[in-house]
Design a protein around this ligand. Structure first.
Ligand code: ATP
Length: 541
């Protein structure tokens, strides 16, 4: 793993952002626990998304770039849904990755994650593979080639490499010359096979596996589609409108890795936006640009963030257009980006599938997929999920724009982006290395830390009062009186607390405190009576 990433992972554990799940039993691959600071950070990420989507949405004003005004509403649906949902959505048949097994190491890899280089020595030509995509990947491939060719490190330049870059294994014809990542001989990989990513479970104590099989949801989106009619019938929403949900999803990923980036249990923040088919392209562009801007406004530098339109080949079979918001995670090779969110134009695929049965594209049209007897392969609900516009008297099946984000990937990106190292003078004026998490104030797990300069002369009592005032104003504050003041500042910088407040000898005389800014390091005197307002103002940026 990249050096910066290693440092972030160790900071996460040391300061209580993230722990491996079931740590005391050696951990469980692909599952993570958020610690005391992590839980606050992730709550703030969710809250920033929910307030942008729902709480602060103003349905009376046309937002910049939007074709018209629109309404937004929320929902929370169950993690286990009727099995027919996944048959009609396509997940039952199509939600799989290709995997390969290594007969020797007994390890399993996602086929498209394996990459490598052809290396040749004395007429022997082999394809050496890895699953790491940064410099560590090249180191592994080099070391493996030396071992397999039986050479010492100093002779590395005697191996001739066919390419500078790593090639995807998907471009290799035969596996006989492939050396798998965890063995020292070629030809141990099996042919690729399909592996469905949905976690199975059984409902009810007496169910047989056959009749009781259900799935943990692999995405939250289907909850919105199957409730489309309930929401229209029970609330005053009119098209165009969106239904948003935040919740857990589960995917039995073959190779969970890169910290929380690819986990087996993770949280999604998804929204289905229902609109008239004629307006759907404009809405797609609107949501695509707005979702990119959300990350930038919360502090992700545009150098590290891209909005990438999918090519025609990449588009899902139902999609007219899809774009990904991608971030340059430190565990990726230079110039590579990892997906934070996908914004897809899904047409009427989902609502029609749940009405009519699973759809497939034929000659550029979506038609119900039939079995050999000409009957629908998977029957839909048969419910009418069309929408009637009572002003234009028009009935139509709405088109859908879906911004689908991952709360854990967003949290990880905000952590990677926030991480900085610099040098600052300590209490004696000596330069010391400082680690600082420059979280956007809205995301910072702790907003303000309150310190009495010393543990006497009434300072702790005054500091405790201020701490309580901040808390009762809803500002996440902590109180600390241990250690030298410089050390206390550095401890807060490391967890990204934007403001530190110090109560000192002058406080009793003029009722002011020192307010220190984490990023500028500016220290200003603020009247205690104005402190809550001042911090609230700074948090609203
Ligand atoms: P990938 O190609 O990386 O597997 P995806 O395109 O399958 O992702 P979507 O189905 O579009 O992902 O899911 C929407 C979002 O959910 C993703 O952009 C990502 O932020 C999040 N997500 C998906 N799979 C995982 C996972 N295994 N771990 C963490 N977050 C995930």
């Amino acid at each position: 793993m990249d050096k910066k990433m290693e440092t972030i992972v160790s900071l996460c554990k040391r300061r209580g952002f993230l722990f491996q799940s079931s740590d005391i039993y050696g951990g469980l691959q692909g599952f993570w626990d958020y610690g005391p600071l992590g839980v606050e950070l992730k709550r703030n990420v969710r809250e920033a998304w929910w307030s942008d989507m729902i709480t602060n949405h103003d349905e009376l004003t046309v937002r910049e770039g939007a074709p018209t005004t629109f309404q937004m509403t929320g929902i929370e649906t169950s993690l286990i849904m009727h099995p027919q949902v996944w048959k009609c959505s396509g997940h039952y048949d199509l939600f799989h990755d290709m995997m390969v097994d290594c007969r020797e190491s007994k390890k399993r890899y996602r086929f498209d994650h394996l990459r490598g280089r052809w290396g040749e020595h004395e007429g022997r030509r082999l394809f050496f593979t890895t699953i790491e995509s940064d410099d560590a990947g090249f180191d592994q491939v080099n070391a493996k080639a030396l071992k397999v060719f039986g050479m010492k490190k100093k002779y590395l330049d005697k191996i001739s490499w066919e390419t500078e870059d790593m090639l995807p294994i998907t471009e290799i014809g035969s596996f006989d010359e492939v050396v798998a990542p965890d063995v020292d001989e070629p030809g141990t990989l099996t042919e690729p096979r399909e592996f469905n990513l949905m976690f199975k479970t059984v409902i009810g104590a007496l169910s047989t596996e056959e009749e009781g099989t259900a799935f943990l949801r692999p995405e939250t989106a289907q909850g919105m589609f199957v409730n489309f009619k309930n929401v229209v019938d029970s609330s005053r929403v009119k098209i165009p409108f969106g239904i948003a949900q935040i919740g857990k999803s589960f995917r039995n990923e073959i190779t969970p890795r890169n910290f929380t980036f690819r986990s087996r249990e993770f949280e999604q923040m998804e929204m289905e936006f229902f609109c008239h088919p004629d307006a759907s392209r404009d809405w797609y562009t609107y949501w695509r640009d707005r979702r990119y801007a959300w990350y930038v406004n919360l502090g992700i530098g545009s150098d590290n963030l891209i909005l990438r339109d999918h090519t025609q080949e990449e588009l899902a079979h139902y999609s007219v257009g899809t774009a990904d918001v991608e971030y340059a995670f430190p565990f990726l090779a230079q110039g590579e980006y990892g997906e934070l969110e996908g914004i897809a134009h899904r047409g009427d695929f989902d609502l029609r599938s749940h009405m009519e049965g699973k759809l497939v594209r034929e000659d550029d049209c979506l038609v119900v997929q039939n079995d050999e007897d000409g009957k629908p392969k998977y029957k839909g609900s048969g419910k009418d999920l069309s929408y009637f516009n009572d002003q234009t008297r028009e009935r139509f099946v709405p088109h859908v724009i879906e911004p689908a984000a991952g709360a854990d990937r967003a949290t990880l990106a905000f952590m990677c982006e926030a991480y900085f190292e610099d040098e600052q003078p300590d209490d004696k004026g000596k330069m010391q290395k400082r680690t600082v998490m420059r979280f956007h104030p809205k995301l910072a797990p702790v907003k303000a830390a309150v310190f009495p300069l010393i543990k006497k002369e009434g300072m702790p009592e005054r500091a405790a009062d201020i701490y309580r005032e901040l808390k009762s104003a809803g500002i996440a504050a902590i109180y600390s009186q241990q250690g030298a003041i410089g050390k206390r500042y550095r401890q807060q910088d490391e967890i990204g607390t934007p403001f530190c407040i110090t109560i000192d000898g002058d406080t009793a005389a003029d009722d002011t405190v020192t307010l220190r800014d984490r990023d500028t390091l500016d220290q200003v005197r603020v009247k205690t009576s104005e402190l809550v307002d001042e911090i609230s103002r700074r948090l609203r940026v």
